[in-house]
Design a protein. Sequence first.
Length: 406
Amino acid sequence: MERRTEDFPAEDPTAEDLAAADRPAAAPRRAIGRRGVIAGLAAAPVLVAASASAAAATGSGPAGGQGAPGRPATLVIGHRGASGYRPEHTLASYELAARLGADFVEPDLVVTKDGHLVCRHEPEIGGTTNVADHPEFAARKVTKTLDGVALTGWFTEDFTLAELKTLRAKERIPDVRQHNTLYNGRFEIPTLMEVLDLRKRLSAELGRQIGVYPETKHPTYFQKAGLALEKRLLDTLVRYGLNDKNAPVFVQSFETKNLGQLRKLGLKTRAVQLLSAAGAPFDLVDAGDPRTYADLITPAGLKTIATYANGIGPDKNQIIPRDAGGNLATPTTLVADAHKAGLVLHPYTFRAENSFLPADYRVGTVASDYGRAIDEQVTFLKTGIDGLFTDNTDVGILARAAFLGG
Ligand code: G3P
Ligand code: CA
């Protein structure tokens, strides 16, 4: 499984809270109590990386705000929907993201036993559903190896869609997002088709195209299980009339080969290669290919990505790293390097809670309180990125407006 540092430096005392947002609940983790208070928070002044003047020109994308000259519109992507406000990957989460102004909503995709694409961050569903409360499924709790990591829980590929539809979603990180527990037990696991139906309905109602940004989760794992994601995704996009280079669609993956496979199968939409601040794509690991994510972001690596993708989705720390104190440091050259290769950049994941923010953007000492999330996003927008994934769509909309307003 790709090991991503995404948001928290290892020495950050809230690293466990943070990592929980991106790890199956049943995955191995160090035993550590919940920390409601962040110790020793710094309040250093924000250093802005670049001039906002590049934002003054008008972009031409089909959705979203205005971008830098010659570049597509600056996109606000509803990460797992509006997962800062609703349990992730539910129709309620996607709908709220769209209504808050998201240009795209982001379904992560896994496969059921009978071959349906459903929206979950990982095949294991113990962390985000009430499956543990269903005695009829108790015997399906198993330990599997997911991308090289042993994981105990319940897995989508062991359930039919009809069975999954008897479950209800719950908040992944209730300690940080207590408000979202209000909705525990209320919403089903959606299928990709239901998301595309929702997209169509909301696009008509809101008078603008709501895009979809599907991610193929663990493609090698599902290929080996005889439940390959790729053709299922392509067939669904074709069925909905969305397999077009101008469609409001980006297909994304942390693995590399499946994007190429999708191209060979006939995928015409835009595609994005996801990147991690550490580790290597699992398909390369599995094939004995020594290349890592660090190799993928060299100029030569970016040139290779540009042969099959239109953009990259880096960890935001690959754009502005954090220093030893957890504060934002000097931006890397990744934005310039990617643009030189003809690739757009949509980094992940921007979240409003102190737990997830750089030390110099936190407010107060409570991990679940909000910090200066709008300012953080503006700082990143000033590096020249072309959009961002955020759990808090409204924060993204405000940040984009602040950035464009100079
Ligand atoms: O796909 C962009 C972002 O969602 C990647 O992180 O782990 O939330 O899928 P993850
Ligand atoms: Ca994702």
